[in-house]
Design a protein around this ligand. Structure first.
Ligand code: GTR
Length: 422
């Protein structure tokens, strides 16, 4: 159960658990025997024969399962969402882009929450398709652009990146430019919109702040067992950003791709599953609870993720800790909720914690559902070689290197997005 416990105790517990109790399996021979739950058979045993049956029967029951038991439900609706452009420039990125910074205010009763969108749009496009995603340490970290506002929200400490006392300062401007190929994106005619995820919900096991607190009934201190954890809150934030993008003339809101790395890749997948306005989704190294199959128990497991990050999923998900066999679904069924929209899953060779093979198998196993819509998934059941992407409506690559987002990743995403989204 989620309780508010001091960080030091959580850290102690995590260290204890990681060294003494939890040994991740990285040996393919020790992956348990399991059946990948069938996409095309409903929970009551009915066979799905066409896209209508998928849309009316199978998709809704799978969606409900993930909502009730994995990510958690959004417990209500907002009273108001408003947008204010707080900064703009017509000559950003050496004159080739527009820059806007937008403050979004979410209102529920007498409570409100604000977060900021940083938006770059290519000037040579009337209406640009766009990537929308979160960053880990603040919008100012993704570019050296001195006009980007430094976040005032709680931030995870990272001395290497110049973030101490849980506050980002000028010192961290541009420290994550390596993860955001802004020039390449804009040069290819795409826009980019980013949000610091901590402004939507701080990434800590404390439900007193962020989006959750906005929706509490009187006296409530934490979400119910089937209500949203942080991943679902971040997904909801992406949808609210999309509400703004729909009003923005220079954006083609029918071509917005949710993008995310790692935990933010998990959030991007859930955002695209919950909000069908997203034209597609890219999961970069999202791993456990993202693209990777849980039943392989390779690298990070359900028990481990729920212990290290008790606030990410809903409490109901804890019944599957060390008990993946009992799950009536697996993550390929989350990916299938994206169909028929374009889906890109990417892994990194040295990111074994995220189980590249489990990510591949998950993407590959969506094949029959995309087929119902006459869209091409991944037919081959064997993993492609490193740095040899498969790019159909469902795409996959595994690149050399570690858990990260690199220029190589963005180059592949752009080739694919030109073909399947633009
Ligand atoms: C890890 C976590 C992963 C992944 C990653 C990240 O510590 O175990 O599930 O989300 O963090 O977000 O960088």
């Amino acid at each position: 159960m989620k309780k508010i416990i001091p960080c030091s105790i959580i850290l102690l517990f995590m260290t204890h658990l990681s060294s003494a109790q939890f040994k991740p399996n990285y040996d393919e021979a020790k992956v348990p025997e399991f059946q990948i739950p069938d996409l095309m058979t409903t929970f009551s045993g009915e066979t799905i024969k066409n896209s209508e049956e998928w849309n009316s029967k199978r998709r809704p029951e799978l969606f409900s399962f993930f909502e009730e038991n994995v990510y958690g439900k959004v417990p209500g609706t907002l009273d108001n969402v408003s947008f204010e452009i707080v900064e703009r420039n017509e000559a950003a990125l050496n004159g080739k882009a527009y820059r806007k910074q937008i403050e979004v205010t979410l209102q529920k009763g007498n409570r409100s929450l604000k977060f900021n969108i940083l938006l770059y749009l290519p000037k040579n496009k009337n209406k640009a398709p766009l990537f929308l995603g979160y960053n880990f340490f603040g919008n100012h970290t993704i570019t050296k652009d001195p006009n980007v506002l430094v976040t005032e929200a709680w931030t995870m400490n990272n001395e290497k990146l110049g973030i101490t006392e849980n506050r980002a300062k000028e010192a961290s401007r541009g420290v994550r430019t390596n993860r955001w190929a802004i020039d390449k994106i804009v040069d290819k005619g795409f826009g980019l919109a980013v949000i610091y995820y901590g402004e939507v919900d701080p990434d800590k096991n404390d439900f007193s702040d962020g989006l959750h607190a906005l929706f509490y009934k009187e006296g409530q201190k934490q979400p119910k067992a089937n209500e949203w954890g942080s991943l679902a809150a971040w997904a909801f934030g992406l949808s609210k950003a999309l509400d703004f993008l729909e009003k923005e003339d220079q954006v083609d809101a029918s071509k917005v791709i949710a993008f995310g790395h790692s935990r933010l890749g998990k959030a991007a997948l859930w955002a695209a599953a919950t909000d069908e306005r997203f034209a597609g989704v890219i999961s970069n190294n999202s791993g456990c609870g993202g693209a990777a199959l849980s039943k392989r128990k390779f690298g990070e497991t359900v028990g481990r993720i729920n212990t290290s990050f008790p606030h990410w999923f809903c409490d109901n998900f804890e019944q599957y800790n060390e008990n993946e066999e009992a799950l009536p679904v697996d993550q390929h069924q989350l990916l299938a909720l994206i169909a028929p929209r374009p889906l890109y899953v990417a892994s990194a060779e040295e990111d074994q914690w995220a189980d590249p093979k489990g990510e591949f198998l998950s993407a590959q196993n969506t094949f029959p559902v995309y087929g119902l819509f006459s869209k091409e998934g991944i037919a081959s059941q064997s993993m492609p070689k490193v740095n040899e992407p498969i790019q159909n409506v469902v795409a996959y690559h595994i690149r050399t290197g570690v858990h990260d987002v690199t220029d190589y990743d963005w180059e592949q995403y752009l080739i694919w997005a030109k073909k399947f989204i633009e």
